[in-house]
Design a protein around this ligand. Structure first.
Ligand code: FES
Length: 100
């Protein structure tokens, strides 16, 4: 049953919303996930890269939180406090190399 996920990259973005207190959705994570999804779709990478909306990672004060998992052969990368201006660097580091 156990196996590596089937994507070259799995990018999990917390979009959890809480009425009270901090949450990633209030800090712009929904826009971030849409930007990432749009990039993947526009560049024909669906099926290779999965951008998934995630529930709470339990680190709400640090959000928006994003976890990037490679193809199972290495450890993933964790991002906290991601803002709209950071999305480009995440794309550059994790997605663009797969396009070359
Ligand atoms: S709301 Fe995103 S980590 Fe909790």
């Amino acid at each position: 049953m156990e196996q590596h996920h089937p994507y070259e990259k799995l990018i999990s973005v917390c979009v959890n919303f809480r009425e009270e207190g901090s949450c990633c959705a209030k800090r712009g994570s929904v826009e971030i996930v849409e930007t990432l999804k749009g990039y993947v779709k526009k560049n024909g990478l669906k099926g290779r890269i999965r951008v998934a909306r995630s529930g709470c990672f339990g680190l709400c004060e640090m959000g928006p939180n994003i976890a990037v998992y490679p193809d199972g052969s290495d450890q993933g990368t964790w991002y906290k406090g991601v803002g709209p201006d950071d999305v480009g660097s995440i794309i550059e580091k994790h997605i663009v190399p797969l396009q070359k």
